[in-house]
Design a binder for this molecule. Structure first.
Ligand code: NAD
Length: 301
């Protein structure tokens, strides 16, 4: 890929044509920045749907075939599937190809990329778009998914300035803003603000669903339950991979959360309404300051 800003990608390979990969392809098409999109994925039916929706132009039979001749490649499958993909595509990457990913965890993906890509690691700029939804698959893809959203890049020492700039430029063409941080910082922060809330939502719904009279509870659940648990409808495979990949940071966040819940439990049993009130007022103020007047971030991961 020519690394000057604003250039057209001749052949974009997207490995994993779901919400995230499909939306990247559509956003670059909308921007007039890509001539041809080739997709590879696990499910033939999903790939055919992607082609019929013009998310991709061509279906590749393998990741090797997808990346051959591609000047830009996005890995957008669950993070647990990336290690094998790096190994398979490494020998087929063009010398000028720029490679990035959309994985929700970064240290594990970078370690897998180092092992799989070897001397080509400099071509890979790790990324994570902070946009998404609990919907999956090519049919969920939308050209405007990244408009006004942040994309975090965690560049590697091996990346040239031009390669990082080329990846940043593509995400900007998708409508996104770019932020940079280290992979360790990324994984620590997202354990707290994304991975823990997903774990909590899955756990709450699973606990209720396991009760003999679950149907009665669900029938009476209202908007509070709906808002708290919306993300429990997310892809189980994707979230298993994220939790496994970031398990130490996630376990530490879980400990902090459980300890706060236990404090509230102690206050409840002691009839200590003041502690409950103080906690709720601090949280309510912090939440209002974070998103004054509510939030339009409901589609964020
Ligand atoms: P998705 O389920 O919509 O799409 C993933 C696609 O990858 C599916 O079509 C699946 O068939 C395919 N796939 C699975 N294994 C594969 C393999 N070995 N090779 C090729 N394709 C394979 O999921 P998504 O929401 O698009 O997430 C994709 C990636 O983006 C994940 O790494 C996820 O962590 C990350 N991400 C997701 C969100 C979100 O909110 N959904 C946000 C930011 C980043």
């Amino acid at each position: 890929m020519s690394q000057a800003a604003g250039t057209e990608i001749k052949r974009l390979a997207v490995l994993g044509i779901g919400l995230i990969g499909g939306s990247f392809a559509l956003a670059l098409k909308r921007a007039g920045r890509v001539a041809r999109v080739v997709g590879f994925g696990r499910s033939r039916a999903n790939l055919e749907q992607a082609r019929s929706l013009a998310v991709i132009d061509e279906i590749a039979a393998s990741p090797e075939q997808a990346v051959a001749g591609a000047d830009c490649i996005l890995l957008a499958m669950p993070v647990g599937a990336m290690a094998e993909t790096f190994v398979r595509i490494a020998p087929h990457l063009a010398a000028n190809a720029v490679l990035t990913d959309a994985g929700s965890t970064k240290q594990d993906v970078i370690a897998a990329a180092r092992r799989g890509l070897g001397g080509r690691i400099g071509q890979f700029v790790p990324g994570h778009p902070i946009a998404g939804a609990e919907k999956s698959g090519a049919a969920a893809a939308q050209s405007g998914l990244y408009d006004g959203r942040n994309v975090i890049l965690t560049p590697l020492p091996e990346n040239s300035t031009a390669t990082v700039a080329a990846v940043a430029d593509l995400w900007r063409a998708c409508g996104a803003r770019i932020m940079e941080m280290t992979a360790a910082e990324h994984d620590r922060i997202f354990a707290a603000v994304s991975h823990l809330p997903h774990l909590a939502a899955f756990a709450l719904v699973d606990e209720l669903a396991g009760r003999p009279e679950a149907e009665v509870y669900f029938r009476h659940a209202g908007s509070g339950f709906r808002d708290f648990t919306r993300i429990a409808a997310s892809s189980p495979e994707m979230w298993r991979d994220i939790a496994m990949a970031n398990r130490e940071a996630l376990a530490a966040e879980l400990d902090a959360y459980v300890s706060r819940l236990l404090c509230l439990r102690d206050a409840l049993l002691a009839g200590d309404g003041q502690t409950l009130f103080d906690t709720f007022i601090r949280a309510s103020r912090a939440r209002a300051n974070w998103a004054p007047g509510g939030t339009n971030l409901e589609d964020d991961e």
